[in-house]
Design a protein around this ligand. Structure first.
Ligand SMILES: C[S@@+](CC[C@H](N)C(=O)[O-])C[C@H]1O[C@@H](n2cnc3c(N)ncnc32)[C@H](O)[C@@H]1O
Length: 725
């Protein structure tokens, strides 16, 4: 069998690092499992994640095989080389501990002196993963400074605030040098520190929040207080708060815990997705405010109240993203403060097995998020199998009010019955087993699609089926059905009149379902499995409002999501529209793809989906005339009755990561009867129907104006034309 070209490319890239193909493959397989076969992360930055994972594995093997003897520069080399793939020169200088070996130990960063070139001889060779402080410093001499730890019964680590100016910081754990035992990271993934530039000026209100990328982070010097967020390659995430400012002295651990408890734990609803953010913010607030209480008041501004950590507002993304990465992240805080020294440990303990590369990768994306005015970790509230974030980098609009639902629900009058008895044996494949797509003779479920499956193995739509759908959607086919008695026009009170503007007749897909004999993994079940792509709701820069984009490359014919909302009748929708007249955005979709097959439809059979109050992410998909990158396909799952069906969106071409996902609403911008209210279209497409209309009108006007200017027509005529525009 021909090798997968992506695998071949990955192996080729690794070859340049001297990594043999046979050793790459198992690592690659693990990564593909981890990333749900999403190659985007793996291919990024010339397969850096893959290289990291490989070297991490090598490193782990080495460290379990033999512990290198202290201070032997030769033994340090291989580990140092591991980080050669990253830019060493500009690495940030604050090291982060790995807790794999000693999970009970918290990380404490020496706040000062990392710019210092002198190093202690008592440090270990694990030093090599520290960044280059100085090019002139020989590798073997780049030793980790010792940390001053107090030995404690509870095996925790403590940093004495009084020692903050010392360059001699040593680490001891039960009499051993902690520094010697704990490998360090090359860089913290993020550092958040209060902006206390001048300790004599106790202005804590501006928290200096920075995200430090591994490649461009600057060395920290004289950091009086800091909060460090980092992850170990074992996947744990540590957040340490270090406060060495003489201005901040927390009286007792109990006081902090009590304040903390009162402030947040009692009042938190744990289901709140932003819980960790609030906890973090409150920990900091309690910490700082108690610190302020115990110190002499601000000499510059004695009126100043307790410090605020509003600046942490910006850092929420780090915390939220952190909890996003680590689904099972548990908050657990063991504060231990005594004699003016501060110790915070294991504020967050996360699910192991998330390699550091995953964390760092996501934090790179956080650059964007940090600039956002609003970020929501998961708009689906856990209803989908994957999280879908929402971000606003454009204006101050926040999450709109609606309820997220992953499946359609009937509002009131709609006639929708999912009766198994209505699915007859001839339109379901009760005698099939396993995967219908792998059988030689297509099963009964292909009845809708001319005896052929619409899907290819792997879930993509077949090219020819997709092309037909695109053509139909573009109204290029003669497939328009005109109702004799159009449900959109019919009404008890003759509220609208006119003739039917036509409904696009579309090809349906029928998916296998419960009554079929095939397994759940059958290739003819795609839409019913739900969203698998990595998507994001974002604020568009123009007038369109929120939109949906993909965060990964999507191939042509890939299922993206289904349009979910309340199933309402057309007259219910009409009443709703009356009530919500004047609303900026509207969210209905007509289920009219098969209105032509059954004579006159009763009102309760003429249905649509309204996602105004209840809906899924599809409610954020914006319209694009003519060349949208998605096409809607009607999908029958639970019922053969085509009054109700699923509206599924598939990509109509390859879509690259970060591209907005759009579909053509099929609006006739001149049709005032259509339930989707015509808006001023700013889709930007060359095929924009409204733009063309506007353009042709202005063309007519310009001709008239020229004619008027040359006295060919009267001004009265010109005004009449204008009025009719
Ligand atoms: C289904 S919603 C799409 C999400 C919407 N942008 C939002 O912020 O919630 C449809 C509404 O989005 C806006 N919209 C969608 N596509 C547009 C376009 N091409 N130009 C202008 N507005 C658009 C219109 O206000 C429309 O009523």
């Amino acid at each position: 069998m021909a090798p997968n070209p992506k695998v071949a490319k990955a192996c080729k890239a690794m070859k340049t690092y001297g990594i043999a193909e046979r050793t790459v493959l198992p690592v690659l397989k693990n990564l593909l499992d981890l990333y749900d076969n999403n190659w985007v992360y793996i291919e990024d930055e010339n397969y850096r994640v893959l290289a990291d994972a490989f070297f991490d594995g090598q490193n782990d093997k080495k460290s379990t095989k033999a512990q290198p003897s202290l201070g032997n520069p030769e033994e340090c080399k291989p580990q140092y080389r591991k980080y050669g793939l990253r830019s060493q020169k500009d690495q940030p200088s604050v090291p982060v501990n790995d807790f794999r070996d000693r999970p009970e130990l918290a990380r404490v960063i020496p706040p000062v002196g990392f710019s210092d070139k002198k190093v202690s001889e008592t440090s270990s060779c694990l030093m090599e993963i520290l960044p280059n402080y100085d090019d002139e410093t020989p590798v073997s001499c780049r030793r980790k400074r010792k940390l001053v730890y107090q030995e404690e019964e509870d095996h925790s680590v403590e940093l004495k605030s009084g020692d903050t100016t010392s360059n001699q910081i040593g680490g001891h754990y039960n009499g051993e040098s902690v520094a010697d035992e704990m490998p360090l990271y090359d860089a913290p993934l993020a550092i958040i520190r209060p902006g206390i530039e001048d300790p004599s000026h106790s202005n804590y209100s501006g928290m200096d929040v920075r995200y430090i990328e591994e490649s461009n982070a600057k060395r920290e010097t004289n950091t009086p207080s800091s909060i460090e967020l980092a992850s170990s390659s074992g996947g744990e995430v540590k957040i340490s708060l270090i406060c060495n400012s003489p201005d901040v002295r927390v009286r007792s651990l109990d006081a902090v815990l009590k304040a903390m408890e009162e402030k947040c734990l009692k009042s938190y609803n744990i289901t709140d997705p932003a819980f960790s953010l609030k906890v973090m913010k409150d920990v900091c607030e309690c910490f700082l405010s108690l610190g302020m209480v115990s110190t002499s008041s601000d000499p510059v501004n004695p009126e100043k109240g307790p410090p605020s950590v509003d600046g942490l507002e910006t850092s929420k993304q780090l915390v939220v993203a952190n909890s996003r990465l680590h689904k099972a992240a548990k908050f657990h805080c063991t504060l231990n403060l005594s004699n003016g020294s501060a110790k915070f440990q294991n504020l967050f303990r996360a699910q192991p097995c998330i390699p550091r590369s995953v964390v760092s990768k996501s934090l790179v994306g956080l650059n964007k998020i940090i600039n956002a005015s609003f970020f929501l970790d998961d708009i689906t509230k856990g209803e989908e199998s994957r999280k879908i974030s929402m971000v606003n980098e454009i204006n101050s609009e926040r999450q709109p009010a609606f309820n997220y639902i992953p499946k359609n629900v009937t509002y009131r009058g709609a006639y929708v019955k999912f009766l198994l008895s209505r699915i007859s044996d001839d339109n379901c494949c009760s005698s099939c087993v396993g995967d219908c797509l792998s059988q030689e003779i297509p099963c009964a479920c292909t009845g809708e699609t001319g005896g052929l499956f619409a899907y290819r193995p792997g879930g993509l739509l077949k090219e020819d089926f997709l092309e037909k759908c695109i053509l139909m959607n573009q109204n290029l086919s003669p497939n328009l059905f005109y109702c004799e008695d159009c449900p959109l026009l019919r009404s008890e009170d003759s509220r609208v009149s006119g003739t039917c503007n036509g409904h696009v007749v579309r090809n349906f897909i029928k998916e296998c379902w419960y009554k079929c004999g095939c397994s759940k993994g059958c290739g003819n079940r795609v839409v019913q499995r739900g969203i698998t792509a990595n998507l994001q709701v974002f604020m568009t820069p123009g007038e369109k409002g929120w939109g949906l984009r993909t965060l990964e490359n999507l191939p042509k014919g890939a299922f993206v999501c289904e349009y979910v909302g309340e199933i309402v009748t057309n007259s219910e929708l009409y009443d709703r529209n009356k009530q919500s007249a004047g609303e900026k955005h509207t969210y209905p979709v007509l289920l009219d793809s098969d209105w032509g097959s059954e004579g006159v439809l009763k009102d309760e059979e003429a249905l649509c989906l309204d996602a105004t109050y209840y809906g899924n992410i599809a409610r954020f998909i914006n319209h694009r005339c003519g060349d949208a990158n998605m096409v809607e396909v009607p999908v029958e799952i639970e019922t053969p009755d085509h009054h109700y069906y699923h509206v599924a969106f598939f990509t109509s071409r390859e879509v690259t990561a970060d591209e907005e996902l759009t579909w053509d609403y099929g609006i006739d911008f001149g049709d005032t009867n259509h339930p989707i209210k015509a808006f001023k279209c700013c889709c930007g497409s060359k095929l924009c129907r409204q733009y063309k209309k506007r353009k042709s009108m202005s063309y007519v006007l310009s001709i008239l104006f020229t004619a008027w200017h040359h006295k060919s027509i009267s001004s009265q005529f010109c005004i009449i034309i204008k009025f009719h525009e």
